[in-house]
Design a protein around this ligand. Structure first.
Ligand SMILES: C[S@@+](CC[C@H](N)C(=O)[O-])C[C@H]1O[C@@H](n2cnc3c(N)ncnc32)[C@H](O)[C@@H]1O
Length: 239
């Protein structure tokens, strides 16, 4: 199977129609990623097949069970080189996407990819989740918040949940320790106003490591006190 076949079939396996344009846009994304990675640290992997599976298919797997779909508003917190937000947007072009990261160089990269592949309705924010989660233009404005590889779960909840509307979802991509992290996050869930919905096991082609998606539903408004000031959630996670 060619790398392109792996990508195409993988996306179809998550229930998404794949046009030639989507494949071509993802290939362009990888080329810009490899190019900019020579000048700044964006990713540890560059090889085409690895990027397709570990970055693109892993990101797109977040559509599983339908919480992320065309037309919703989504904020990707600590998006780095755009994962999972940007591959999701390339596949589902009517998502209203906000990409947030505290490193400005990464934001410049994301703008370059988005304009090259002609994405509409993407907002780029250079800043910390703790600051923007207090800003009324962003607070409780999103159908879904996502995050991958940003922080331990209780910290991540404090970063992400303030952005989600009541009735919306926090969809979090996690590795093999998801169950343990979930156990450690009970207090944060209570305080921030979410309930656990489900853990989805994800299988990716040629991948031995288990990936999980944890889904939480927002059931009440997050108290004004949260998120606490920048640095505080990581220093003393809610317990
Ligand atoms: C390990 S990278 C992961 C990037 C991407 N989500 C991925 O899966 O490849 C973590 C990213 O989170 C960002 N980050 C960490 N803490 C943050 C915060 N409090 N607010 C915003 N971004 C943050 C970092 O700048 C970095 O780009």
């Amino acid at each position: 199977m060619t790398n392109e076949d792996i990508l195409r079939q993988g996306i179809k396996g998550f229930g998404i129609e794949v046009s030639d344009q989507v494949i071509s846009d993802l290939k362009t994304y990888r080329e810009i990623l490899v190019d900019w990675n020579q000048k700044m640290n964006l990713t540890g992997i560059e090889e085409e097949k690895e990027v397709f599976i570990k970055h693109f298919l892993d990101s797109i797997s977040a559509v599983s069970n339908g919480y992320i779909k065309d037309g919703i508003s989504l904020i990707d917190v600590g998006t780095g080189a755009g994962f999972p937000g940007l591959p999701l947007k390339i596949c589902l072009q009517n998502i209203k996407l906000t990409l947030l990261d505290s490193l400005n160089k990464r934001i410049n990269f994301l703008q370059e990819v988005s304009s090259t592949v002609n994405l509409k309705d993407v907002e780029f924010i250079h800043g910390r989740a703790e600051d923007f989660g207090k800003n009324s233009d962003y607070r409780e404005q999103y159908d879904v918040a996502t995050a991958r590889a940003v922080a331990g779960l209780p910290i991540l909840m404090e970063f992400c949940v303030p952005f989600v509307k009541v009735g919306g979802y926090f969809v979090c991509l996690k590795g093999p320790n998801a169950n343990l992290e979930l156990e450690e996050s009970k207090a944060a869930m209570d305080v921030l106003g979410i309930e656990f919905v489900e853990k989805i096991d994800i299988e990716l082609p040629n991948e031995e490591l288990k990936h999980n998606i944890l889904v939480f539903k927002k059931i009440k408004n997050t108290p004004e006190k949260y998120p606490r000031k920048a640095g505080k959630p990581a220093k003393s996670p809610i317990k």
